[in-house]
Ligand binder design. Structure first.
Ligand code: WT7
Length: 646
């Protein structure tokens, strides 16, 4: 775990002078006017109809933000900037894997989003129909999201690296009958067939799905379409020049769904609203990322995760910024790729994850040193705790000791950033995210909900709602209440539980320690141990499996799988391969276990519960502590030995 260091850094004067938010009084302003303070986030948007109220708490924890208000997210991200004279301003800059580049002005974006919106409508998509989008980092991904938003159809973006099974589960769960995907994409220079994955997923669904297929590979892959499959380009051609007037949505209407892993085998469909979510994404982009319309801004996260939704697409575009999209990986064709992109595009603000920073560190400072990174004004990080050493490396070798760093804590469920310093105000302490943002009730509490002493480990909660919060889980209000609200709420005092452990210091700075539930954060991707375990247990020959997270130099955490086999067989290499394959089939290659350790039995308590803590200690080669409560203490030595041979 990353303790915060005692070192302190102040934002440079040159940054403070130009910052969107630089008055420390903002924290008090929000406190004194809560919840009306949130109007200032709604004011960043154009509303078709003004809301009646800021917050309706009458059905808590099912809060409503800006009820009565009506707006359209695509209008707010595109049309209004054109009306304000920004039609030739770049909205989207794309850097493809094969060094292709494309720029979409706000006018270009308007044209293509409208044509696709018209096409989707003609294919039968109606308001409130969920459209699944299964695309890599190509411009058609944000375009499809905005086209859905335009016609009031919630999107459900499934990260392109997910397997066919994972796609099918998500489409089924969301009752989605529309899919936008592509023929394939390049992975490290090789053409990779995405459409066959999508086709496999559709075979497993018992409903008719209408599919739109983007041609990413220029016919490098055989591109055969069935009756209910349509070529994206052709749809645009047949709808050339068509416009669709943006559908005014209730502030509380669903803008999108995003699946995330939890502690059960079933992924959760997190629902985000149109008004509160967009207002909060825009506000935090302005206050924390300091975005301005003239900025070129780059968030390196994939749009398939929440970071890309809030901080590549919705927040930056709502503010009229130029947002950069990169299709590739940081080390292909070489380790200079990102810095070459920063230099060539004169990127102002860069937002990435600690796992990437640790990889940059490992590769060496010579790669960024070869490029002119002086356009950078602000750096951000998200997804996992960042250790002070990585923070300082980022500060020095990427920021040139001249850019503040915002370490932003938030989650799929929170919709936007919750804990971070404000870059023009706060002292930075490497390793500690900072205080709660203005108006946010993030607290660190003990098991019984009482505030915890500085330095003690506690649970990270939020004791007030916020506009960007999720509204429920798709089709599962019960799980929403039970998992997120019941653990720490008492009576009518609703408290949101994040699932993270944290500490707080004397100045109110929060250091996030990581998950306290059975969720593993690998390279900033959230994975549920149950999902992985059920994929492993499905392999013939496997009796039981337990999956834990072990520390990993670049990925933060890696997956360690402990597996016991049927007595009839001895484990062998093919079993190990089948286990890994099964996990890749069920979830995707990014969930691949780092190690599969065979053991005659899993360590269990007398009541038969698997001792995961102990396995975690074994994975991390830490002292095991008391093993006397085990029913089978003798297996511990065997597991340790097996782990070492692995
Ligand atoms: C989990 C949420 C929302 C961004 C991408 C991940 C961890 C996130 C930080 C941070 C320490 C962090 C937490 C959280 N996390 N940001 N700055 N410092 N930990 O979204 O998949 O919903 O995962 O990521 O453990 O609960 P997600």
């Amino acid at each position: 775990m990353a303790p915060s260091s005692d070192e302190r850094y102040e934002p440079p004067e040159s940054f403070v002078e130009q910052a969107n938010v630089s008055d420390p009084g903002i924290y008090d302003e929000f406190e004194e006017n809560w919840p009306d303070c949130w109007e200032r986030t709604a004011d960043l948007l154009d509303w078709d109809e003004q809301y009646d109220q800021v917050l309706d708490e009458s059905d808590a924890p099912f809060y409503e933000w800006f009820p009565g208000g009506r707006l359209n997210a695509s209008y707010n991200c595109i049309d209004r900037h054109i009306e304000a004279g920004q039609k030739s301003h770049a909205a989207l800059k794309w850097e493809g894997k094969r060094r292709e580049t494309r720029t979409y002005t706000y006018q270009d974006l308007y044209g293509e989003v409208n044509e696709l919106a018209a096409a989707l409508r003609d294919l039968g998509v109606e308001e409130d129909d969920v459209v699944t989008i299964y695309l890599p980092m190509i411009p058609e991904l944000p375009i499809a999201m905005l086209a859905c938003a335009r016609i009031g159809a919630p999107h459900s973006v499934v990260f392109a690296g997910f397997s066919a099974d994972a796609l099918a589960t998500r489409m089924k769960s969301a009752d989605s009958e529309y899919l936008v995907t592509c023929d394939g994409y390049y992975r490290r220079g090789n053409a990779f067939n995405q459409k066959s994955k999508a086709d496999n997923a559709l075979m497993g669904l018992d409903r008719q799905v209408t599919t739109v297929v983007v041609d990413r590979l220029g016919r490098d892959l055989d591109h055969s379409l069935d009756d209910d499959q349509y070529d994206y380009e052709e749809l645009l051609l047949t709808h050339a020049g068509t416009t669709v007037s943006p559908v005014a949505r209730d502030a509380e209407d669903m803008l999108f769904l995003m699946y995330t892993s939890g502690t059960t085998g079933q992924p959760k469909g997190v629902i985000h609203s149109t008004g509160g979510y967009l207002a909060y994404a825009a506000w935090t982009s302005r206050a924390v990322l300091d975005l301005k319309p003239e900025d070129t801004y780059w968030c390196s996260a994939d749009i398939g995760w929440i970071t890309g939704h809030s901080y590549t697409v919705y927040g930056p575009l709502a503010l009229g910024t130029t947002t950069l999209l990169y299709e590739g990986t940081p080390d292909y064709p070489d380790r200079s790729r990102l810095w070459e992109i920063v230099e060539r595009n004169a990127v102002d603000v860069f937002y990435t994850a600690p796992t990437a920073i640790r990889a940059f560190m490992k590769w060496g400072q010579e790669y960024p040193a070869d490029y002119d990174l002086s356009s950078l004004r602000l750096l951000g990080t998200v997804g996992e705790p960042i250790n002070p050493r990585a923070w300082k490396w980022y500060y020095k070798h990427i920021g040139g000791e001249d850019c503040p760093i915002v370490d932003t804590w938030w989650q799929t469920e929170t919709g936007g950033m919750m804990v971070s310093t404000l870059p023009g105000i706060g002292t930075m302490k490497p390793g500690s995210a900072g205080p709660p943002l203005p108006g946010i009730g993030a607290r660190v509490v003990s098991e019984d909900g009482a505030p915890i002493d500085p330095g003690e480990r506690g649970y990270l909660v939020a004791d007030r709602p916020w506009p960007g919060m999720f509204r429920t889980l798709y089709g599962n209000d019960g799980r929403y209440r039970e998992e997120y609200w019941e653990p720490f709420s008492e009576g009518d005092d609703w408290v949101y539980f994040s699932g993270d452990g944290a500490t707080i210091d004397y100045e109110g700075y929060i250091t996030v320690l990581g998950r306290v539930d059975d969720v593993i954060n690998v390279s900033g991707h959230r994975l549920g141990t149950m999902e992985i375990e059920s994929a492993i247990v499905g392999v013939p020959g496997v009796a039981e499996a337990a999956v834990v997270g072990g520390q990993h130099e670049t990925n933060g955490t890696a997956i360690y799988a402990y597996v016991s086999t049927d007595h009839s067989r001895d484990p062998d290499e093919t079993l190990r391969e089948r286990i890994v394959e099964s996990v890749e089939d069920a979830i995707g290659p990014f969930a691949r276990p780092e190690a599969v350790v065979f053991t005659p039995e899993l360590p269990k308590t007398r009541s038969g519960k698997i001792m995961r803590r102990l396995l975690e200690n074994i994975a991390n080669r830490e002292p095991l502590g008391d093993t006397s409560t085990l029913r089978n203490p003798e297996v511990v030595g065997e597991i340790e030995a097996a782990g070492r041979d692995d």
